[in-house]
Structure formats: structure tokens, C-alpha cells
Design a protein around this ligand. Structure first.
Ligand code: ATP
Ligand code: MG
Length: 314
């Protein structure tokens, strides 16, 4: 039996209901929505009925409980979430600008999940897991990096696998130790899932085809590239599969990449043909953007089947 693990930030997201430039005036808000890229990822894995767990920290406050309750409801093992009595759960305030870009106010580094140290309990949990998913966003503090690298090492040593979504834009690469941590993770990655320019973060090559070949030559078994509304592609040493995106109405793009990744990893680990797993992942990313709130668009397999059937690609 496989069990998927991730480690990283848990937060709530609070979203301005009108567009504009940031938060220097009072604006109407909606939330709190459960959030944090690793949390969204693992919630989608749980919704597909796959055994899974997250290691993180929250405060003993409503923002923490809104996450714990949702993850529990969706089938995620939350025993690795430490509830810090005097802590405050992380948060992100988000407002869309007229051009679709986003302004954020974050409280992560100084929130409960700003530090994640492993304990005997979480080390035992790690040893029950067979696959580790690393979210680049989670490499925000030295203690979290250390916990992630420990989990990666233990799971690989026991014969498990690692997937890696860099999930970062090149401009935030400059925090101390970030590049080294990313390189270490990449060197043990089985499945690499970049979007856009992230493919070129670790390659010398300047074209997509060459960058893919270069990374596969380094020992990565498979690469999945996310292309937003245009869909996605899968590559391994002998195969390339390109799928178009599903036609949906985009309400809130946050969380699409996380739901997409969770769905691909879940079905790939079950041994499903990559073309099938990619189709499900495409459907999952597409459904995710149709709902307001980052985790609200996570899907069950029946919901993915319905979208695939409705658009004639079953
Ligand atoms: P994130 O902002 O969550 O980090 P990402 O850049 O990692 O996103 P995207 O490429 O935006 O990931 O989205 C992941 C997948 O979701 C896409 O490859 C596609 O399959 C699907 N998807 C995303 N946006 C749309 C859309 N507007 N219409 C249809 N499918 C979409
Ligand atoms: Mg992403």
C-alpha cells in the first residue's frame, strides 16, 4: 500500500471580493479559506481516496481548525500537524488587480508553520510513507528545509519515490540556501513537475526539448510540464504526450497547479498509463480554477470522470 507525504505551510487565504491594488484601504473580504500549497496538494490526494499525510504546524485557533477539519474530512492523515497552543496559524490576504496579477500580504515565516522540526512521532509517520512530494514554496525556512530533506532521504532509502513541484518564480530564488536546497531535492527526484520558466531553473539548455532531455539524462524518470489553460505535457526517455486544457470558466486560478500535481502523482503511483494520469490531472487543474478559494476546487474521481466525459475525451 502506498502512502503519500508532504511537508510545509498551512495557511488560510482571505480574498478581497473586488479588484484593485492591494490593501491600503478597507476592502470587502471573503474567507478564511483553507490553503498553503502543500495543504492544497495533499487535500486533493485525500479526495481521490489515496492514503496520505501532511507534516506541518498550526496555532490552536480557528484558522488552524478550518484546515485540520477540511483535511480530515477529505481523508488526509493529520496526525503530523502539531497544534501550537500559543501559536498563530499562517495567513495570506490576496487581492486581484485589474490585470489579473495578485497583491499579497503574507504571515508565514512568523506563524506557527514558520518552523517545522521533526519529532519521534513525525519520524515514525515518515517511515509509514512510500512517496514524498516536495513543494518548492515549502523551502522557506532552514528548519523546514531540514525536515523535508530528512523525509526525502528516509523515504528514498526505504525504496520510495519523490516528486517535486518547484512552484516558485525565479525572482524568489535568492533567499539564502534556496538554490542548494532545490538542487539537493532535484538530485533525488523521480517525477519533476515544473510550470513555465521553472523547467529552465536547473538546466543549461535554452529550449524546452533540450532542457527535458538534459534533466532526464540526470536521472529524473519523468517530467510533467503544466501550461495553464493550454494544458500539459508528459515526458520520459521514450515517450512524449501533449494534452490540451479543458474549456472551463476561470474564477480563481490559485491551487490549479497543486490539484493537477496531486492528481497526476496519485494515479502515476497506482501504475496508470501516463496519458490517462495526465488526462485526469488536466481535468483536476481545470476544475480547480472554476471555484473561488484555493482548496475549494479539489475534486473526487467521479467529478473528474464527469468533466472528461462531458468534454468528449473519455
Ligand atoms: P499555480 O498558480 O497553482 O502554481 P501552476 O503554474 O503550477 O499554477 P498551471 O499551469 O497554472 O499551474 O495549472 C496547472 C494545470 O491546471 C494546467 O496544466 C492545466 O491542466 C490546468 N489549468 C490551469 N488553468 C486552467 C484553465 N484556465 N483552463 C483549463 N485548465 C487549466
Ligand atoms: Mg505551481
Amino acid at each position: 500500500m502506498s502512502k503519500i507525504l508532504t511537508i510545509g505551510e498551512i495557511l488560510v487565504e482571505i480574498v478581497a471580493t473586488n479588484r484593485g491594488n492591494g490593501f491600503r484601504e478597507a476592502v470587502p473580504l471573503i474567507g478564511p479559506f483553507p490553503s498553503g500549497a502543500p495543504a492544497i496538494f495533499i487535500d486533493q490526494v485525500g479526495k481521490l481516496g489515496q492514503d496520505c499525510a501532511i507534516i506541518s504546524r498550526v496555532g490552536d485557533d480557528d484558522f488552524g481548525w478550518v484546515n485540520i477539519n477540511r483535511l480530515t474530512e477529505d481523508g488526509v492523515d493529520v496526525s503530523g500537524i502539531e497544534i501550537v497552543p500559543q501559536g498563530t496559524t499562517g495567513s495570506a490576504f490576496v487581492r486581484y488587480r485589474e490585470d489579473g496579477s495578485r497583491a499579497f500580504v503574507f504571515n508565514i515565516r512568523h506563524s506557527a508553520c514558520g518552523e517545522i522540526e521533526l519529532s519521534d512521532k513525525t519520524l515514525t509517520l515518515i517511515d509509514t510513507c512510500t512517496h514524498m512530494h516536495v513543494m518548492g514554496t515549502a523551502l522557506y525556512a532552514p528548519s523546514v528545509v531540514k525536515s523535508i530533506l530528512t523525509a526525502v532521504e528516509r523515504i528514498k532509502a526505504a525504496g520510495g519515490t519523490v516528486s517535486f513541484d518547484p512552484n516558485l518564480r525565479p525572482e524568489i530564488l535568492d533567499s539564502p540556501g534556496m538554490r542548494e536546497a532545490l538542487q539537493t531535492v532535484l538530485s533525488v527526484t523521480d517525477l519533476f513537475m515544473p510550470s513555465g520558466e521553472e523547467l529552465f531553473l536547473f538546466a543549461e539548455a535554452k529550449t524546452e526539448k533540450e532542457a527535458v532531455a538534459e534533466l532526464l539524462a540526470k536521472g529524473i524518470k519523468a517530467i510533467v510540464i503544466k501550461r495553464g489553460e493550454k494544458g500539459s505535457s508528459y515526458f520520459d526517455k521514450t515517450t512524449q504526450i501533449d494534452l490540451e486544457g479543458y474549456k472551463v470558466e476561470e474564477v480563481d486560478p490559485t491551487g490549479a497547479g497543486d490539484c493537477f500535481g496531486a492528481t497526476f502523482v496519485t494515479f502515476w503511483l497506482k501504475g496508470m498509463h501516463p496519458a490517462e494520469a495526465l488526462r485526469y490531472a488536466n481535468a483536476s487543474g481545470a476544475r480547480a480554477v472554476t471555484k473561488a478559494g484555493p482548496m475549494e476546487g479539489a475534486s473526487t474521481q467521479a467529478e473528474l470522470d464527469a468533466l472528461i466525459k462531458a468534454q468528449g475525451q473519455a
